[in-house]
Every structure is written in C-alpha cells, then in structure tokens.
Design a protein around this ligand. Structure first.
Ligand code: ATP
Ligand code: MG
Length: 334
C-alpha cells in the first residue's frame, strides 16, 4: 500500500510550460503542482487538450528539445531534478526507475523486430543478463501479463498481434525492470471494453505486487474510481482540484469536477462532459486572466477574473484541495 512519508517518486512543483507557435505561445501548463508517493496509484483526469500528456512527457523529459519553453517550476523524479540530468543519467533512469506506456502501443514498438527481441533487448540493457536468461525472463513476464501463448507472441512481429496483446507486451516491457513509477497515458482508450477492463486490472495488480507507483492518465472518471488512490483534475493546463479519490468523487468541490462526474455512466446527467457544460475550452494562446474555467462556470462572478489559489476544501477531508473562489468565500465565512 502507499507509504506517504517517503520522498515522492514524482514531484512536480509550480510547473509552467509553453509551446511557441506563429500565432503566439500556447500556454499549455500554468503553475501545475502534482506529486506521487511511493506505491500510490494517482489519476490525472481532464478533457482533451487539457495538458495531461504534456505533464506525462515532462515527467519523462520526453518533450522535444527546442519545441517548448519551461517558464517556471521544477520536475523531480525520485528526488532528482529531471531537467538537469545528463542524457546518460536520463537513459539509465528511463525504463529502470520510471517507465511509460502510451495510448497507441504500435508507436512504441519497432514494427520490423520480433517481440521477443524487443523485450530481451530491454532486459539485457538494464539488467546485464545473458541471452538465455533474458528469454526465460521475457516469457515469464509475458505470462504474468496473462499472455497464454507467450512463445508465439515472442516470435511475432507487432502487426501480427491485436491491440490488447500489444498493450500487454508493452506493459511487460514497462514492468520488466520493476520501475518505481509507471506513467500510463490513456493506455486502454483504443481498446474494446472487455480488453480495457482486463488491462486495467493487470496494471493495478502488477503495480501493487511490485509496490510501483502509477500516474494514470485518463478522461474517464469511472476508471479513476476503479483504480486510483488519489486524483488530480486538470482543466486547460491548470489543476482545478485534487484529493483522495473517494473524497473527490463523494464531495466534488470544483464546478468542473462536478461536470466531469455528471458525465460518468450511471449518472442521470448528460452523457459527455462537454454536453454537460456550456461553452468550449478557452484558447491556450490567449487564456482568460484568473480562473480558466470561468467562461463555462454557472457560479462564476467578478472575483473569478483573478486566479484562485489551490487551498484546502472547507470542511473537506485531508489532502482535498480546490482552486475556486466559491471555496475561498466559504473559508472566509467559516
Ligand atoms: N509539441 C507540441 N507543440 C505545440 N503544442 C503542443 C505540443 N504538445 C502539446 N501541445 C498543446 O498543448 C495542449 C495540451 O495538449 P495535451 O496533448 O497535453 O492534451 P491532453 O490532455 O493529453 O489531450 P488528449 O486527451 O486529447 O490526449 C494542447 O493545446 C496541445 O495542442
Ligand atoms: Mg494526451
């Protein structure tokens, strides 16, 4: 189970980041703070374009050099500033300390190399084991991902496998070096519902078995509910709310979180978050001053033209925080 007193495996502090473009800088992240303790499974939820993948790529330092500007904040992985690491150090840590799986596994696999060789290459690079040992270990890793015919899969090229099987392969690779943290960016979005459920169970069980932490990115609150100890809600590049999953789901404090929850299956509210709330996500080139949700918020007023601070939810559970002036007002009255 999560142990809250050790150094966070990922510690993002006030991260602001933008992408220069001919029409002006895209201000993709503004003052984002997010941490993951050892062994914790943490959800990051928000609609398309909110900056979830930019956060994931920042934690892995995978954003292409020269294409972005970090305008503030720090990203620490297992206590070290990832932006200050040498390439050699980074290469050592990726895969071994921190691993990542993406939405489309085909992009992460080399189409011209058989699966077996791709898995054994990783094992040999990070663990210094011989070829025969690596093959035996690859087979057992695949079996632990519930791949029944692991020998056939090892002998296959990526295009010969189903999407679900390719994602199992990538998870086997990601977990192969027993990383301290796995970053999973919508790993099941492209899969059918049954396969999705199986893969989610696998990630959860394997992470718990290894004591690995997970940053689980999704736009689906139902998945957060099933899987995550804590959750961060992201809107237009800013954290709107965070807390233990049960607390955020039971007592959502931000109007945007409430709209996302209304979109969950079983809710009597409209089906998608975008249907549930009027208006559209603001431009990140020229975002509104103050709260970025204000133009769609039914309870916004003049105050919302100033940026609300992230602070404890009034009468909320420990760790439950929100950035909303309505909460600040209740705090002032309390
Ligand atoms: N390399 C890049 N160059 C320019 N803009 C980028 C780049 N990567 C991301 N962005 C912009 O940053 C914003 C956040 O994008 P991001 O991909 O993180 O969203 P997301 O929450 O992951 O969305 P989705 O759910 O669709 O995956 C978007 O406006 C996107 O256009
Ligand atoms: Mg994304």
């Amino acid at each position: 189970m999560p142990s809250p007193h050790k150094t966070p495996v990922i510690d993002i502090c006030n991260l602001s980041l933008e992408f220069p473009s001919p029409r002006g800088a895209v201000k993709a992240l503004k003052d984002v703070s997010l941490h993951i303790n050892p062994g914790e499974i943490v959800g990051l939820v928000g609609e398309s374009g909110s900056g979830k993948s930019v956060i994931a790529m920042s934690a892995m330092r995978l954003l292409p050099q020269g294409q972005f500007r970090q305008t503030g904040g720090t990203v620490r992985v297992l206590g070290s500033d990832i932006m200050a690491m040498s390439e050699a150090e980074l290469e050592r840590r990726r895969g071994r300390d921190i691993a990542m799986v993406f939405q489309e596994p085909m992009n992460a696999l080399n189409p011209t190399i058989r699966i077996g060789r791709q898995i054994t290459a990783i094992l040999r690079r990070h663990q210094g084991i011989d070829h025969q040992t690596a093959i035996a270990r690859a087979l057992s890793l695949l079996e632990s991902m519930q791949v029944d015919d692991a020998l056939r899969v090892m002998d296959s090229y990526p295009h010969m496998l189903s999407g679900g099987m390719r994602q199992r392969v990538l998870l086997a690779m990601a977990f192969s070096c027993e990383p301290s943290v796995l970053v999973a960016d919508e790993p099941t979005t492209a899969l059918d519902v049954l396969t999705q459920a199986e893969i989610l169970r696998l990630i959860w069980r394997k992470a718990r078995d290894l004591g690995a932490a997970v940053l689980f990115i999704t736009h689906d609150m139902a998945i957060v509910h099933q899987l995550c100890d804590r959750v961060y809600v992201l809107y237009a590049g800013e954290i709107a709310e965070s807390g233990r999953t049960a607390d955020v789901l039971r007592c959502p404090a931000h109007p945007y979180t409430r709209a996302l929850l209304a979109a969950m299956p079983g809710s009597k509210q409209p089906k998608s978050a975008l249907d549930a709330i009027d208006g559209t996500v603001p431009s990140l080139i020229d975002p509104p001053r103050g709260c970025r949700f204000q133009s769609r918020c039914k309870v916004a007023d003049d105050q919302c033209g100033r940026k609300p601070a992230m602070e404890a939810v009034v009468a909320g559970a420990p760790e439950h925080e929100v950035a909303c002036w309505r909460n600040s007002e209740r705090r002032a009255k309390a």
